[in-house]
Ligand binder design. Sequence first.
Ligand SMILES: [Zn+2]
Length: 319
Amino acid sequence: MKSNQATLRASVQASAVIIPIAGMPRRGESARDVYRRLRGAWNGLVARNEATIREELRMRAPLALKVRSEMAVDLHAGRRLKFVPNCSLVLVGRSGRSTRCGLVGLCPYCWIREVGAVWDRVAGVVAPRPAPGAPRECSGEYDLVLATREFALPGTVRDFFRERVAGASLRGAAAIPPRRCEFRRLRFVGAYEVAAAYPKVVPVEGGEATRLVGVVRQLLAVRRGEDPGPWATGPGWPEVSVRRFDGATLGDAAKAVAALCRYPSGLLRKPGESEERAHGRALAAVLAARRGVRAWASFGAFREKDAPAGGGVESRRPQ
Ligand SMILES: [Zn+2]
């Protein structure tokens, strides 16, 4: 039973990240072949955008190096750059040294790790372990509600992440209701929000263009049968698509978390020759926007490191 549950965590990670990028195993393929495709997609992106990533690593260098010298920063960026293609995958049944490149919001391996952490929190609330190390058991007290919005990003991508994930109040992100004002009106026990942006080729007058698309997903744990209330709507704001998952079924909870944390595979897509530059620029914008911004935001019961076992979780409002 215990190992089945460890597999469940890994399958959430796989369906959120590996399958959107590398696809399902084809006929006669093993998991190893799929991992190889994932590695190929990541290494391809790093090779195509080496200058951008190097610059980003320079920008993210520790302050102590920045005040020391330009050369120290260059050396640091060079060392990290060698490391980035080797960022490692830690899934069930694989042991050994774990390395992380820290390119939050882009690196699929760093994303996979975050998915595992989100799963642990959500499962800790809907299916706490009766005792440490014991198998998870659904309490049946909660349902999970997933809300998704997808829209073209009109303002700067940095404002979008700061507004949604960091909860800052910015006018520049008017494409979507401010997170604070929206969450204040929703009822939930715990909530997660994941924001992502990826380049997409869209038809425009006289041809095609690469545009950044923003995605906001929210997963709310609500009391069983309860409704979280209305999502904010407004002129020009994208429509919300809402899905409800049965929180009393571990498999459904896993599906909800995988959907919440789905990697925007448009980031790793190999662009056609004509869109290569626009794709590269979009990627640089996403990376710069992610600098110093967390990948996910959590509220209420999902904030707590060890969610209490069964009951006792009161509805809470986000800060
Ligand atoms: Zn990484």
